[in-house]
Write a protein that binds this ligand. Structure first.
Ligand code: BTN
Length: 258
């Protein structure tokens, strides 16, 4: 059942003890015409991740979906997804976790690999996944109708209950006050949605992807090279043997430095 969360946040909060997927709840509220509401649950029984993957969401995590209606074209939506990763990173750092972002919006602990990482992030060395963002939206050609930003943070959960390669706030620094964490995250996201020009500079500051060799599986094929920058609304610029490629979507893996 839903109860009020009792937070002084820039969003109305709807709290559940358990829900299938908070993104589905947010979609129902979107259809009802609602906006500026955050659905928060202690556990999810049917959580979804990016790229049609499942997401493990046991009791103790921060699982939530923000329903917003930005006055923007659909093409600008990635900047809100990056904003969610930045807000999550800031909340995690405030909790004492050494959080960094892997393009586009995975929050990892550690710097994400590099010369001393024994292998790529996929092995779990050099970067363990703390949080992810799943964005869904509906819109016309020129304007977003609704946008759902689903954020999953492995907060007060045991890593034994998570997939390989994942970590949690509990594992890194001990349990966190989830109310304070959610409040901080919502405040940061709220500030960034009102000032989207601040998103990419903040993202660059926290990114572990830039300057690194990457392999990105995109809908159009594999792109491999050095990640050199992020470009509005959230594309990754990769320097390959053939020149620069601008990648808009895909699954990014950090590679061992040559
Ligand atoms: C990813 O694949 O990295 C994104 C994971 C997103 C998980 C969150 S938890 C809250 C919201 N509800 C869902 O079903 N998924 C997102």
């Amino acid at each position: 059942s839903a109860i009020a969360f009792g937070l002084d946040a820039p969003f109305e909060i709807e709290y559940h003890d358990s829900f299938g997927s908070t993104n589905d709840r947010a979609r129902d509220l979107a259809v009802e015409g609602r906006s500026d509401i955050a659905i928060v649950t202690d556990e999810q029984t049917g959580a979804r991740g990016r790229l049609e993957r499942q997401w493990t969401a046991p009791s103790g995590g921060v699982w939530m979906s923000l329903l917003v209606r930005p006055d923007r074209p659909p093409a600008h939506v990635p900047v809100f997804t990056l904003a969610a990763a930045v807000a999550t990173t800031r909340a995690a750092r405030e909790a004492g976790v050494d959080a960094h972002i892997k393009w586009p919006n995975d929050v990892l602990v550690g710097d994400g690999g590099g010369p001393d990482a024994a292998d790529s992030v996929a092995t779990g060395r050099g970067g363990r996944k703390l949080a992810g963002v799943l964005t869904e939206m509906e819109g016309e050609a020129d304007r977003v109708s609704w946008l759902i930003v689903g954020i999953g943070v492995n907060a007060n959960v045991d890593t034994a209950d998570l997939p390989p390669g994942a970590t949690s706030i509990r594992e890194e620094v001990g349990d966190v006050d989830r109310r304070a964490f959610v409040q901080r995250l919502l405040e940061e996201f709220h500030a960034l949605r009102a000032d989207t020009e601040a998103v990419l500079p903040a993202w660059r500051e926290y990114a572990s992807t830039l300057g690194r060799r990457v392999r990105v599986e995109t809908p159009g094929g594999t792109v491999e090279g050095e990640a050199v920058d992020v470009r509005f609304p959230g594309a990754l610029v990769v320097r390959t043997d053939d020149g620069e490629e601008v990648v808009h979507a895909g699954d990014c893996e950090h590679l061992r430095s040559a």
